[in-house]
Design a protein around this ligand. Structure first.
Ligand code: CP3
Length: 335
């Protein structure tokens, strides 16, 4: 069993730096694209056989040090009573976004065994086959709230911020409900066999540091404090207040490429994950290699999980992923 990822989470010495890739089971893989022609995103993640096969796809192709269960951060919103569709070529959409305090009070808080049983079953199926750690995941309360309120991606997050500022009590009720749902989901993922979990706060960077501390940090802290396995706390755009993100918790802090990894390490004083710009995988090898070298040079030999700073792009050449994974292993191998 290769447990380098778990050792890196604890800041222990490792024979080489572990590497995995956010969205590793995704559209840059021809086999994934072929499967997705026959099933919608929701069909795929609600079918444990299919989701298990997709989880394993990247591990059959690359020498990765971790698997991440194939699912998504948004389907838990369906169990809470919101509609969600994945519109091809556009992304996830809510027909009726959350826009009223009444809507917030109507939201259900179902247990994960009822609302997300297929993802738990996917974990049970892949766990016995794997020879690397299995990562479970969920969206952080803030990122889920902003998706529920905006109804899709947003440039300004104005409706989310408007609710936060104008109805602070309703904001508290909403984030508390989301925290309950996500905490239960992650605990059940660990029970089902996940070795560690990642909390995705992909949109936390929409806020300034003071608003992060006031409107987001308390809920992320409440969530992370309950989790019974190592936690990777990932966010983007938060480079100038990573200390506040780290303050909410997480054994490992995942960072994007907008911050230098050595600065991140100093700010959070614990293991870090990241942070290659995903777009460099579209560049010629000499440029890609230079960027990988820069990440590795800024990282410490211990307490680093190599990853991209955000999800891999669909147009990424498969061959570049193979080269990246193998190069990180060789370059960091302790003789
Ligand atoms: O990392 C993995 O391979 C595990 C699976 C995984 C998916 N989504 C599958 C997926 C994970 C960890 C996620 C997380 C996720 N989903 C986040 C947080 C990370 C991030 O990128 O910020 C967010 C914000 C979402 C919501 C979401 N799901 C969006 C915005 C989109 C559409 C745009 C995009 O980047 O693809 C999705 C769809 C989605 N989730 C796909 C996959 C493989 C593509 C679906 C397809 O077209 O086949």
């Amino acid at each position: 069993m290769n447990d380098l990822l778990l050792r890196a989470c604890r800041g222990e010495a490792v024979p080489h730096t572990p590497v995995w890739i956010m969205r590793q089971a995704g559209r840059y893989l021809p086999a994934y694209r072929a499967l997705r022609k026959r099933y919608t995103m929701l069909e795929a993640l609600r079918d444990p056989d299919l989701a298990a096969a997709i989880t394993l796809l990247p591990l059959e192709t690359f020498d990765l040090d971790a698997a991440i269960v194939f699912s998504d951060i948004l389907p838990p919103l369906i169990g809470m009573g919101l509609d969600l569709t994945f519109v091809p070529g556009v992304g996830p959409r809510l027909e009726e976004p959350l826009r009223t305090t009444k809507g917030i009070d109507r939201l259900r808080v179902p247990p994960a065994v009822e609302a997300m049983p297929e993802t738990l079953e996917t974990i049970r199926r892949v766990k016995p086959i794997l020879r690397v750690p299995l990562i479970g995941f969920a969206g952080a309360p803030f990122t889920l709230a902003s998706y529920a309120i905006e109804g899709g991606a947003s440039r300004t997050y104005s409706r989310t911020k408007a609710l936060m500022y104008s109805e602070p009590a309703a904001w508290d009720r909403l984030l508390t409900k989301l925290t309950t749902v996500v905490a239960d989901l992650l605990k059940e993922q660990v029970k089902a066999g996940a070795d560690c979990v990642q909390v995705f706060d992909s949109w936390a960077g929409a806020l300034g540091p003071a608003d992060y501390v006031r409107f987001v940090q308390p809920y992320s802290r409440m969530l992370i404090a309950q989790l019974p396995a190592p936690v990777i706390h990932f966010s983007t755009g938060t480079g100038s207040y990573l200390n506040a993100v780290a303050c909410a918790g997480g054994d490992v802090i995942g960072v994007d490429w907008r911050v230098a990894l050595d600065d991140a390490r100093k700010a959070v004083k614990r293991p870090v994950m990241g942070n290659l710009d995903p777009v460099t995988l579209l560049a010629p090898w000499r440029e890609l290699k230079a960027h990988i070298d820069d990440v590795l040079q800024r990282a410490e030999a211990t307490g680093h999980i190599f990853n991209l700073g955000h999800g891999i792009l669909p147009e990424t050449p498969v061959e570049n992923v193979r080269r990246l994974v193998d190069y990180v292993h060789t370059a960091t191998s302790q003789a």
